[in-house]
Design a protein around this ligand. Structure first.
Ligand SMILES: Nc1ncnc2c1ncn2[C@@H]1O[C@H](COP(=O)(O)OP(=O)(O)OP(=O)(O)O)[C@@H](O)[C@H]1O
Length: 372
């Protein structure tokens, strides 16, 4: 069921929580609302649910205006961060709850309810726990039961507010994968709130990035990562290396550092943003880039080795980070204090004069001589 958010505004006692929000979320997709704390994600979700009324604007579900429809008649299911399972009920009773409190004329008979609960428990792979009570479950199991309970009433849309927020990293990852698979089987329309970039990018079909009550960008995960529309999105979606400087004669310069730009760019002051994987480390500078850096720290944990570097003879607000393969690391073993040169492969140029960032790709210049 598609969701249409049309010019929604909301403030709390004069404090603006949502500016004017316009969004169309297609049916059958998993959409993430991603943004820092206070950006308005939960407020937007609560307005979709009918738990909060907007000051202005309309909400439509499959074309039907539900702005004034109360929560119980909207056919939405919820899962929140803190599992709101009923403690005195068994797992099966929790899952059955939404069906068993229906008015008599729409309530399925008890055999049908039992059947439905069993189906749902099988779906969340917890059939063997039907008779347990919530206190006897792990955090991840409680969240799966909460999801089964939300799905029991066959909602048109499912809303999840940081559903895995309280769980440890490994369980979170498992549940993400599990939710994605479930979604692919059942094709419900869901919206979930998260402030975890990795979770948003891994789990969703599209991501709505929010900032201070506004939508910064809405895109598929890959596009969002590769084509951020603003500095905010770039920064928010992961580690970034920045060269801030001024542009003269097709080069961006700061202190001893410079990078040649493949085309002419307008604007005196500009910032080049590059992801850690879009930079190589070499022993010698090239004619196109002079970016000396000294190794500050080496982090061996993970699929690649992450090297943190401090600019040498120029400045950046944060340390730079470059990722290299473990085999490249073993071949060269960069040590703290050693000097390397960074060579950009692709990045985005932001300037004070042009709103949109300009993607830049440099032709690859020969094999890396050093750690890259
Ligand atoms: N019931 C309320 N009364 C007053 N202010 C509120 C209320 N609910 C939200 N706000 C304010 O509205 C803004 C948006 O809050 P919201 O909870 O939607 O953000 P969020 O992005 O979900 O944040 P978080 O990730 O911390 O949950 C914040 O400034 C918040 O303080």
């Amino acid at each position: 069921m598609s969701i249409e958010i049309d010019a929604i505004e909301k403030s709390f006692r004069g404090v603006n929580a949502l500016g004017r929000i316009d969004l169309e979320l297609p049916a059958g997709q998993l959409t993430a609302l991603l943004g820092p704390s206070g950006s308005g994600k939960t407020t937007l979700l609560r307005i979709l649910a009918g738990l909060e009324a907007p000051d202005r604007g309309r909400v439509r579900l499959a074309g039907r205006d539900v702005t004034d429809v109360p929560v119980r008649d909207r056919r939405v299911g919820f899962v929140f961060q803190h599992y709101a399972l009923f403690r005195h009920m068994s797992v099966a009773e929790n899952v059955a709850f939404g069906l068993s409190v229906r008015p008599r004329r729409t309530r399925p008979d008890s055999t049908r309810i039992r059947q439905r609960v069993n189906e749902l428990l099988d779906m969340v792979q917890l059939g063997h726990l039907a008779d347990r009570h919530p206190a006897q479950l792990s955090g991840g199991q409680k969240q799966r039961i909460a999801l089964a309970r939300a799905l029991a009433v066959e909602p048109d849309i499912l809303l999840l507010d940081e559903p895995f927020g309280a769980l440890d990293a490994r369980v979170r990852k498992e549940l993400r994968r599990w939710l994605r698979n479930l979604h692919d089987q059942l094709h419900f329309t869901s919206v979930f709130v998260t402030h975890d970039q990795e979770e948003a990018l891994e789990l969703s079909d599209q991501v709505v990035v929010m900032n201070q009550g506004r939508v910064e960008q809405i895109d598929a995960p890959q596009r969002l990562y590769q084509h951020p529309a603003s500095r905010f999105v770039f920064d928010f979606l992961g580690r970034v290396n920045v060269l801030s400087g001024s542009v003269h004669d097709n080069a961006l310069t700061q202190g001893v550092a410079f990078v040649r730009l493949p085309a002419a760019y307008a604007g005196e002051s500009a910032q080049l943003y590059m992801r850690p994987h879009a930079v190589r480390l070499v022993d010698q500078p090239t004619a196109d880039a002079y970016l000396p850096l000294r190794v500050e720290a080496v982090n061996l944990i993970g699929a690649e080795v992450r090297i943190e570097l401090r600019p040498d003879g120029w400045e950046s607000e944060e340390l730079w980070e470059v990722g290299i393969s473990h085999s490249a690391f073993d071949a060269r073993r960069p040590q703290r204090g050693e000097r390397y040169f960074a060579i950009p492969e692709h990045g985005h140029l932001f300037s004070d004069y042009v709103q949109a960032p300009q993607p830049i790709v440099w032709p690859r210049t020969g094999p890396a001589a050093g750690a890259g």
